[in-house]
Design a protein around this ligand. Structure first.
Ligand code: ADP
Ligand code: MG
Length: 238
């Protein structure tokens, strides 16, 4: 690919991403030239008003959705110009997702939920289980392995979701308002754990948040407004 950035460049690069939704009435232009670079090891935030397109952008960055125009490069590779089946494998191997509403399977235990992406990726079951147990222990859930989501607090549930996002040792974790359904104490705990992982293992995170305190705790923050991303100073985060 001659238009791809070099391998030593950013981990992920979104270039002039556009996305419109066409409902019955007027088309809604959500993203109109959104660009960003994520460097390996970053702890990056994205803020923006409700409805500004943060989830849409995160889904496109992680290959869950396709842009109307523009490109996403991962380690220099254009993720939307590959053969069939590429995106599923890309997501499973390289991206960990954490959602606001946790998205755990209610009938499976914390351990099983955490193991799920590893089993989908056809990895060796024993090593997936070891990794899942290690992560759940690291996140303070060693006594909750056999609890189902309904038997866990919100904060515990979100920590299971974090463990699940990490089980395949992704290059990048994309977290979409991960603390949106947590009280302030559980939010802080979640962020402390994410920060610890970032510092100790250089795990790269992109965290969408509308919580000003959380946004200010991130290394670098971009604001999504009018379909585009711009850097925002911490003093301007409200
Ligand atoms: N599948 C969809 N179909 C139509 N409109 C959508 C769809 N998904 C999102 N939207 C609209 O796009 C805009 C951006 O949504 P979203 O990315 O969820 O914003 P945010 O995460 O910043 O709140 C909103 O106005 C929303 O209503
Ligand atoms: Mg959203």
């Amino acid at each position: 690919m001659n238009d791809a950035p070099a391998k030593s460049g950013p981990l992920l690069q979104a270039v002039d991403v556009e996305k419109s939704y066409h409902s019955k009435s007027q088309p809604v232009h959500v993203l109109s030239g959104a660009s960003l670079e994520v460097q390996s090891g970053e702890f990056l935030g994205i803020v923006g008003a409700s409805g500004s397109g943060k989830s849409t952008l995160l889904h496109i960055m992680g290959g869950l959705d396709r842009p109307g125009a523009g490109n996403v490069f991962f380690k220099g590779q254009n993720i939307f110009q590959q053969k069939n089946g590429f995106l599923e494998q890309f997501r499973n191997r390289h991206i960990g997702f954490v959602f606001q509403n946790f998205n755990l399977l209610p009938d499976f235990t914390a351990l099983e939920n955490t193991m799920f992406p590893g089993l989908i990726g056809n990895r060796d079951k024993k090593s997936v289980q070891e990794k899942a147990e290690e992560l759940l222990g690291l996140l303070g859930l060693q006594d909750r392995l056999n609890h189902k989501p309904g038997e866990l607090s919100g904060g515990e549930t979100q920590r299971v979701a974090l463990a699940r996002s990490l089980v395949n040792q992704p290059d990048l974790v994309l977290a979409d308002e991960p603390t949106g359904n947590l009280d302030s104490r559980a939010s802080q705990h979640f962020m402390d754990l994410a920060r610890k992982l970032n510092e100790e293992t250089r795990q790269t995170f992109v965290i969408v948040t509308h919580n000003a305190n959380i946004a200010r705790s991130l290394d670098r923050v971009l604001q999504l407004a009018d379909g585009r991303l711009n850097p925002i100073g911490k003093e301007l985060i409200l």
